[in-house]
Write a protein that binds this ligand. Sequence first.
Ligand SMILES: Nc1ncnc2c1ncn2[C@@H]1O[C@H](COP(=O)(O)OP(=O)(O)OP(=O)(O)O)[C@@H](O)[C@H]1O
Ligand SMILES: [Mg+2]
Length: 312
Amino acid sequence: MKPIVLRNVTKRFEDVVAVNNISFEVEEGELFGLLGPNGAGKTTTIRMICGLLEPTSGTIRIFGFLQPRDRMKVSRFIGYMPQHFSLYEDLTVYENILFYASLYRVPYSVRRRRIEELLDRFLLTEFRDKLAGQLSGGTKRRLALATALVHNPPLVILDEPTSGVDPHLRYLFWKFFEELRDEGTTLLITTHYMDEAEFCERLAVMRLGRIIAMGTPREIKKMALRGELLKVTVKSLGFPEEALLGLRNVRAFRLLERNGDQLTLALLVDDAEKDLVPVLKELEKRGIQVISISPIYVSLEDAFLSLTGGLD
Ligand SMILES: Nc1ncnc2c1ncn2[C@@H]1O[C@H](COP(=O)(O)OP(=O)(O)OP(=O)(O)O)[C@@H](O)[C@H]1O
Ligand SMILES: [Mg+2]
């Protein structure tokens, strides 16, 4: 049974359509990212997946169980870290984890060991007797993550786990997410950070309640740019427009830089890896002396901006 299956899910809040007819599936052991600007509908989607909100229409299945109908059964399979987390500020770090351990019915025989393990893993041991309300933002995040994982859930859902977290801790979190994934846990993570989204195996990009793109980071970039880019440096006294026109595999080209008799061009192709050698050969056949040719790395950020309308 797949960890997450959404079919034509819509959520309306009076006159706001927060989620508009979305469908996607998350496979077992996948690290899946939900990306989108503020108000795109990410948190609403996640809350429906967790069974905390009922869809206006459509169906959500978690490991085959229907949400929210089966939410009592489903809750033990899900570890959820909300965007605005739910720590008990008057309880200590240890007590917070203990509280969630009892909520999720972690057996007494393993509770202590499990809590120690989490304290250790999230560098919380030195804060164990401190009240949650007195912790710094980053430490609170670590604690929130520990509480979400206390019952060792096979599906972990994290709503912006790294927002407001310093770069060092972000790195630790992602290392940890990848470790979890390698252990076979399925993860659904929302983020605003593009460099993080690059770590996801697949992404769904949301905007105004809809999914506007879905696929691997590479597929999404390709879709946004309608192709991939090659950087070619050639030796030429003038712009070799004639020779570039009608090149097979090349859909568009642009001059990036001129440096003496060396020109650097960007060529838009279908597939940067597959088209590299044919384009090189074709250029040489047309008498253009190629000095270097390589794929251009486009950041997901640029692709995302062009998809979500941040740029033209
Ligand atoms: N309980 C609610 N009542 C009314 N409208 C709501 C409610 N919850 C969310 N919305 C609206 O639904 C839309 C989607 O909100 P949501 O919180 O899901 O977006 P998001 O992608 O998580 O945004 P962010 O990146 O800011 O967290 C927004 O227009 C929001 O105002
Ligand atoms: Mg949100």
